[in-house]
Design a protein around this ligand. Structure first.
Ligand code: ZN
Ligand code: ZN
Length: 231
């Protein structure tokens, strides 16, 4: 047994070999994750190589109501196994892995900018939360909050469960999530980052950001471990 095994006894959650570092994911498996490269800094969708500041055409034409999105990976194999695992079992192992990766991506993105002042996990509906027993976004926000020393605030409530967004056209998605979120009590932060495991549609992100801005936030940031790849 070499010194790294003694120092870091972690086992890789994907290949079950010694991870040899302080997270339960080995370097080889992490390298197999699909990086969300050339993503627009505002919406995290792919942006043209020569775009000004990397911002995509859609965000230039109609800037989104949030300040930036951090989404270091695409929700594809093999990362999807970690994310799917976050929602089954107790989710803690996966939350530690994804939280470490997300924290690292955040630190890189905010090297020259102040961090948000609080983390707000994306809420589940009451029913879903009851069925699962926990909210995976809270687990993730806990890890990121501990790593970056940011408080977690459960300020958002999901008041409407929406049918799956992906099957709907854009206008229908916007209708679908309108009124889906509300603020639980007076907001005590000014620049929150909304934290979730995966972001799917811009319409849902828009609904959360608009709810927080209407409740007095000055700007809203969006942090997710992975982005669903563009169709
Ligand atoms: Zn591995
Ligand atoms: Zn964009």
């Amino acid at each position: 047994m070499n010194a790294l095994n003694l120092l870091f006894p972690g086992i890789c959650a994907l290949c079950r070999r010694r991870s040899q570092r302080d997270i339960d994911l080995c370097r080889e498996c992490e390298l197999a994750f699909e990086a969300n490269e050339r993503a627009c800094p505002l919406c995290a969708e792919p942006a043209p190589v020569n775009a000004a500041d990397g911002i995509c055409g859609a965000c230039i034409a109609a800037p989104p109501p949030w300040a930036k999105t951090v989404a270091p990976f695409l929700y594809t194999h093999p990362l999807e196994a970690i994310i799917d695992g976050l929602k089954s079992g107790n989710g803690l192992l996966q939350a530690r892995i994804l939280g470490a990766l997300l924290s690292r991506a955040v630190l890189a993105r905010y090297a020259n900018a102040p961090l948000p002042d609080a983390l707000i996990p994306v809420p589940l509906t009451r029913k879903r939360r009851f069925q699962r027993g926990f909210n995976q976004a809270e687990l993730l926000a806990n890890v990121v909050g501990r790593t970056l020393r940011l408080p977690r605030q459960n300020s958002l409530m999901r008041i409407k469960s929406a049918p799956p967004q992906r099957a709907l056209a854009r206008a229908a998605r916007l209708r679908n999530v309108r009124g889906a979120f509300a603020v639980r009590r007076a907001l005590s932060c000014r620049r929150p980052a909304v934290v979730d495991d995966v972001t799917t549609t811009g319409a849902t992100v828009r609904a959360k950001a608009e709810t927080l801005l209407a409740a007095g936030a000055e700007e809203v940031h969006v942090w997710v471990a992975a982005k669903t790849p563009a169709p």
